[in-house]
Design a protein around this ligand. Structure first.
Ligand code: HEM
Length: 332
């Protein structure tokens, strides 16, 4: 599946006392998704469900997945990565917004009275997969087998094989200040050329560029990667121009390390210059269970030793992208 053309990022909190109902309703997400998806199969609708740490403790008997904790707020010398409330993330993506919208409507009808919407962003694909700052976004995000490796929990956490972690942040851009910068300067902020999308040579790329902050290499030389599925959003009437950041990883520490590099800086103070033009207004971390778990939490844990290392739902499509937790197995 190519990068989504449209997405709805819906973050909700669960009202006290509604945990059992909500857990049960989450079991319907795969069949609801299938019902909406089937109307326009070529629209590639998928829905990923993420569960926050507090809701996990309130609603599920199983031990918390190792990497699941509340989003860690980061306070750098100039910029803050805020932590904001969120019990469930619905990441709805498709080639057309009507599919995302219809599924979000169906989901919220079921959840009505039991959850409150903390944040809702409707993202759209912009020219050449560019963000609203004008740069191509997503180029170095891994695909195919590399994406599976980066995203899916493997043998290191046998009880949650096939799951994943996702961190989301809503960013608002100061496009007035950004557009006032000469293009060459913008390129030094991002670390890539604007028109061609080619990475700047190492001796030209500043240490506080976005690309440098987010390139993490282990001592043995392997790069630690995440899979990003960002989309722009905005509203001209309210002067709102943003990027919804969404990053999937098998180990949330990878994304958290990137955030530390961006906000604190390495060395501290050498923060990512993209933040001088982009303010994070939300921040949450979720665990994405394999799709079968939502339908039957107890059964999944009980049979986990039989789950193949890459569950059907989370295998890359023919073109190498992921559909984690999105659909029930087609062979059932
Ligand atoms: C690269 C935009 C936030 C992680 C990029 C690139 C752009 C971009 C234009 C270069 C092309 C590419 O490889 O995709 C943005 C914008 C953001 C944002 C507009 C919000 C203001 C984040 C955050 C993280 C992140 C919060 C991680 C926590 C990365 C990574 C790369 C990247 C890992 C690839 C680095 C490489 O290996 O070359 N981003 N990004 N980004 N970004 Fe972001």
């Amino acid at each position: 599946m190519p990068p989504a053309k449209a997405a709805i990022f819906l973050v909700v909190t669960v009202r006290p006392g509604a945990e059992d109902d909500v857990r049960e309703l989450l079991g319907d997400v795969p069949s609801l998704t299938q019902a909406v998806r089937f109307r326009i199969p070529e629209g590639n609708l998928t829905c990923v469900v993420g569960i926050g740490a507090e809701l996990w403790d309130r609603a599920y008997d199983q031990p918390r997945p190792a990497g699941l904790h509340p989003f860690v707020e980061l306070e750098g010398s100039k910029h803050v990565a805020v932590a904001t409330p969120g019990d469930i993330l619905f990441h709805l993506r498709a080639d057309r917004m009507d599919l995302c919208f219809e599924l979000s409507r169906q989901l919220m009808q079921r959840l009505s009275g039991r959850v409150d919407v903390a944040d809702e962003v409707h993202g759209f694909r912009y020219f050449d997969q560019r963000d609203l700052m004008g740069f191509v976004d997503g180029t170095e995000s891994p695909t195919g087998a590399a994406a599976v490796d980066a995203v899916l929990i493997g043998g290191e956490d046998p009880a949650h094989v096939g799951g994943s972690y996702v961190i989301v942040q809503k960013y608002l851009h100061d496009l007035g200040a950004w557009d006032a910068l000469p293009v060459e300067e913008q390129e030094r902020v991002i670390g890539r050329e604007k028109l061609s999308d080619i990475e700047l040579p190492d001796d030209v790329k500043p240490s506080n560029s976005h690309v440098t902050a987010n390139t993490i290499v282990d001592p043995d030389g392997t790069e630690r990667e995440i899979v990003r599925d960002n989309l722009p959003f905005g509203a001209v009437g309210s002067d709102e121009f943003g990027t919804y950041f969404i990053g999937y990883a098998a180990d949330p520490d990878v994304t958290e390390q990137m955030l530390r590099n961006m906000f604190i800086g390495d060395p501290p103070g050498n923060y990512d210059r993209i933040l001088d033009f982009s303010t994070a207004v939300t921040g949450s971390l979720f665990f994405v269970p394999p799709a079968d778990f939502l339908e039957d939490p107890d059964a999944t844990v009980a049979v986990v030793s039989e789950v193949p290392s890459t569950p059907v739902d989370a295998r890359p499509d023919a073109d190498g992208s992921l559909a984690i937790g999105s659909l029930r197995r087609s062979d059932r």
